[in-house]
Structure formats: C-alpha cells, structure tokens
Design a protein around this ligand. Structure first.
Ligand code: OAD
Length: 251
C-alpha cells in the first residue's frame, strides 16, 4: 500500500488542481538528478570549484579565451551525455495532457526540458549549445559562426572576432523578448511553481516576487532553503525528480 502523501504535497496538489495557468520557474536543481552540477551547492556546485568572473563574464573570456572556451566545451559534452529526469518528464507530460495550462521559464542553459518533450520553454540565460560572436559582427548579413577557424575558440577568419557560447554572462543583459515573455507569464499565472533555484540571481528570481504581487500562489520545490522562500505560500522540501512526478502524476 502506498504511504499517505505528506500534508504539504496534498495541499500542493489542490493548488495545482485549482490553477488555470501554471508558470514553472526552474533552476540548476531541476537538472541535478540528471547529473548536471548546480552552481552554488557548497560541495559540488560549479561556483564552489571555479571562479565565475573568470569563466562567466565577457572580461574573463577576453582575458583567457581558450580556457573559457575549453570549459564550455567540456560542459557541452557533459550535457550531451545526460538525460532528462523524472521531474522534466512529469512537467512535459502534464503540459501535453493539459494544453495551455503550464508554461516553463528556465534559467538552465541545458536542453533537458526540450528533450523531455516540453515546447515553448522560455530560456532566460541562453542556450549553451548555441554559438555567437563575442563582439557584434559589423557585416550585414553577419558572418556565419560555423565558418570560423577551427581554433579554440574559433575565430572569424577576416577580423579575428572570437566565437563564444550563447549563454548570458555576469554583467550582461538577459534576452529582452524572453524576459518580457517571462514577466507576462509571472503576472498572469495563478500558480507559480519554483523548482531548484537558489533565488540568488536577478532578474530571474524577481519573477517569484512578481507572481506573488500579482496574486498568484507561489509553491517552491527545493531540498534546501532558498533566498526567495519568503515569497512562498507553500514549501515542498525534496528533489525535483522525486516530488514533481508525485505532484503532477499522482496515480
Ligand atoms: P544554484 O546553484 O544557485 O541553485 C541550485 C538550487 O537547486 C539550490 O537551491 C539547491 O538547493 C537546489 N537543488 C539542488 N538539487 C536539487 C534537486 N535535485 N531538486 C531540486 N532542487 C535542487 O542554481 P540557479 O538558482 O539555477 O547563470 O542559479 C542561477 C544562475 O546562476 C544560473 O542560471 C547561472 C548561475 O550563475 C547563468 O548561467 C547565466
């Protein structure tokens, strides 16, 4: 016989049942059980082992382009090797079975939501598999990054402009269209489900505040406290791959 769900899980299910529009905000913890390290975990987080200003800023890339290029190349390789977890799959399945009811806004630069079958995922921090030029290409149309030199990093054969990964670095603006679409979802949802983020990075973390101010219920799934716990009406302490299937597909 299956154990009775914890009272918080039961309440969370009721919130979900009542919600017409669910906005899910995900962070690195969403992909942790797929085998991708988070950033701020004290033991295993990337920023516990690496310097973010060296590896995730335009200045760091200019100072040591091959080091930064190689670091992203190894992260790309690691991400290609992993699979969506039960949490990604539960979100994709619910959205498929309830068209128009659930949208995902992610801070993750992996493609695990998409590979789980979620469509129209808003990516606030870019896509690690994409390439772009470090400096805007002055040509019209812009030179194709696929035709760059086979160096580390690849460079424009004419001007030497290096290729960089398509992620948002510290000190950079988020993609305007993605942020504005995410803000609209946060303002119009009646349930915001925040999964696996420390809530330490803005403007992404501000979406939970915006949803709450706009009248949504805020539900946080995280095994640890986060910096935006004060925004939550309900906290589920546990991991994404364990709790999301229980929440979305209880039978
Ligand atoms: P963090 O590393 O800051 O936080 C990860 C969160 O996931 C923590 O609160 C953990 O407790 C939680 N967590 C760990 N394992 C989990 C699991 N299995 N299930 C659920 N939660 C779990 O990652 P983010 O909040 O995503 O920026 O970080 C925000 C941004 O900072 C990232 O997008 C990245 C980074 O610098 C860019 O790439 C631009």
């Amino acid at each position: 016989m299956e154990a009775e769900p914890a009272p918080e899980l039961k309440t969370a299910r009721e919130l979900l049942l009542r919600a017409h529009r669910v906005c899910v905000l995900t962070g690195a913890g969403m992909s942790a059980e797929s085998g991708i390290p988070t950033f701020r975990d004290a033991q295993t987080g990337l920023w516990a082992r690496f310097n973010p200003m060296q590896l995730a800023s335009p200045e760091g890339f200019r100072a040591n382009p091959s080091l930064v290029w190689d670091w992203y190349a190894s992260r790309r390789e690691a991400m290609r090797a992993v699979q969506p977890n039960a949490g990604h799959l539960a979100l994709a399945r619910f959205a498929h079975e309830h068209p128009g009811r659930l949208s995902i806004v992610t801070q993750n630069v992996d493609d695990l939501h998409q590979r789980a079958g979620s469509v129209d995922v808003i990516r606030l921090h870019g896509d690690i598999m994409q390439n772009s030029w470090l400096d805007p290409c002055p040509r019209d149309p812009a030179c194709d990054t696929d035709r760059a030199t086979p160096t580390r990093p690849p460079r424009c054969a004419d001007c030497g402009n290096p290729v960089r990964p398509g992620v948002v670095w510290f000190g950079e603006m988020l993609p305007v269209a993605a942020l504005s679409a995410a803000e609209q979802l946060a303002q119009s949802c009646d349930l915001m489900l925040v999964v696996g983020t420390s809530g330490a990075v803005y403007p992404a973390a501000g979406l939970a505040h915006l949803a709450r101010r706009s009248g949504a219920q805020v539900l946080i799934v995280n095994p640890e406290p986060s910096e935006i716990d004060d925004q939550a009406h309900l906290l589920l302490r546990g991991t994404a791959a364990r709790l999301l299937p229980l929440l979305f597909n209880p039978n």
